[in-house]
Design a protein around this ligand. Structure first.
Ligand code: UD1
Length: 416
């Protein structure tokens, strides 16, 4: 039987929690590890279902993925082409990043259309358009993306219609194998994209303007192994901060990069929280909270991944909050789950309107996706009485033993 969280809510969280390396930096890093015959060492890779899934995909391609304590090593020495079927690809959306890696390394790829969270249609047209401009011939067959670049990838001048994180990462990796200069304009500027650029540079790639929306890649250099420390997980940090203030506690998250969390700390201050930032930690505490308006945007705007945890916070804040989702259309499925706790949420035209402040009461709810699951867990931590959260495997995709971190902060939460 699958696992669930049992929560006895109503306890304010207090204490310190250390944040893991970012899931969304580690997944592309595992893919990048196959670009070389050398070994890429990733420091502090978290234990997550999505990381396991990406490791399984890399191994299917002949890579060797091993854990040595907190270090994950990826060796592409024996990498060889293989079909990546739906069962493997459905486990993580990041599987699509292997498209560029396989093209770069083997001149061909055969990958099932990706899975991932049920939060919207999540097309891959920008990935395919860019790779086609770099010389790949791509067709879809039986639900698989079959790509070939018999003459190798060639450099191109690329423009993304929207600054897609995954497309930027895919095209940046492809460009390292295309001899000459590739420009990616309107590139995503998310810190995880910059982190991948940093890793690739560590492997010998020549990438200019990392972290900006115009990447310049001088491709064709041989890539070698390296050791890389991925950036801290701003989504995990933001989730813990949200849990802290929703329960009216006071918590310090450590091992974070406060600059990456600016849109979140700004909103928490606007809600009435006290926020203290140090070099690599953020401390928050809250007594009374006010309603806020949030609009998700590409970085450095408010991250779509944190709108669900913030919605749980808004359920506890006095007044009417408005959360507008502009990135993924289906990212409000958690609203019905929050209603089970007595939350007053209405979803209309891509926005959630939350009338907060009424006490929440313990209930049974389901984690329908990763961040929505975190939001339900936060609601349970605030609710009086006992709650049960089903679908824990969704939460385990992106949070390493979240219940342990919360218990260490005083929460009464058990995995059963
Ligand atoms: C990544 C993150 C995810 C985060 C998201 C947005 C990983 C593993 N996941 O997902 O946690 O929520 O960025 O910050 O890093 N789009 C297209 N065509 C494409 C690709 C994307 O139209 O070919 C659209 C999407 O529908 C969406 C927007 O672009 O509206 C952003 O998506 P994208 O940045 O690609 O998200 P992911 O890389 O899938």
């Amino acid at each position: 039987m699958s696992e669930m969280f049992v929560v006895r809510g109503g306890v304010p969280l207090h204490g310190t929690a250390e944040v893991c390396a970012a899931k969304n930096a580690v997944l592309p890093a595992i893919a990048a590890g196959l670009l070389t015959e050398g070994t890429v060492r990733l420091r502090g890779a978290p234990h997550l279902l999505d990381v396991e899934a990406m490791g399984a995909l890399a191994e299917k391609l002949g890579g060797k993925v091993a854990r040595e304590g907190e270090e994950l090593t990826v060796s592409g020495a024996k990498a060889a082409p293989a079909r990546l079927g739906y069962e493997l690809c459905a486990r993580t959306r990041a599987s699509v990043l292997l498209l560029s890696v396989c093209l770069a390394r083997f001149g061909k790829a055969d990958i099932a259309m990706p899975g991932g969270c049920a939060i919207g249609s999540r097309p891959v047209d920008l990935h395919l358009k860019g790779l086609a401009r770099m010389g790949a011939q791509i067709r879809t067959e039986h639900g698989c993306l079959c790509a070939e670049a018999p003459q190798g990838l060639r450099p191109a001048s690329l423009y993304l219609d929207v600054p897609s994180v995954g497309a930027t990462e895919n095209l940046m990796m492809a460009a390292t194998a295309a001899p000459g200069t590739t420009v990616i304009a309107n590139a995503a500027t998310e810190p995880e994209v910059e982190d991948l650029a940093r890793l690739l540079v560590g492997m010998g790639a020549d990438i200019e303007n990392a972290g900006t929306d115009r990447l310049v890649i001088h491709g064709g250099r041989p890539l070698h192994g390296t050791t890389h420390a991925p950036i801290p997980d701003r989504m995990e940090a933001g989730t813990l901060l949200a849990a802290a203030v929703a329960t009216r506690g006071s918590v310090r998250v450590t091992g974070v990069e406060p600059a990456h969390l600016l849109p979140v700390t700004a909103k928490l201050r606007e809600c009435g929280c006290s926020v203290m930032e140090c070099a690599d930690s953020i401390a928050v505490s809250a007594k009374e909270l006010r309603a806020v308006e949030i609009r998700t945007m590409p970085y450095p705007g408010f991250p779509t991944d944190l709108q669900a945890p913030m919605a749980a916070v808004c359920c506890t804040a006095d007044g009417v909050s408005l959360i507008e989702e502009t990135i993924f259309e289906n990212r409000f499925s958690y609203a019905d789950e929050l209603k089970r706790f007595g939350a007053n949420i209405r979803v209309k035209d891509g926005s959630a309107i939350i009338r907060g402040g009424a006490p929440l009461s313990g209930a049974g709810a389901r984690a329908l996706d990763l961040r929505g699951g975190a939001a339900a867990l936060i609601a349970a931590l605030c609710a009086s009485g006992t709650s049960r959260i089903l679908g824990v495997e969704q939460i385990d995709r992106g949070y390493e033993r979240l219940e342990r971190k919360l218990s260490a902060l005083g929460a009464r939460v058990w995995r059963v």
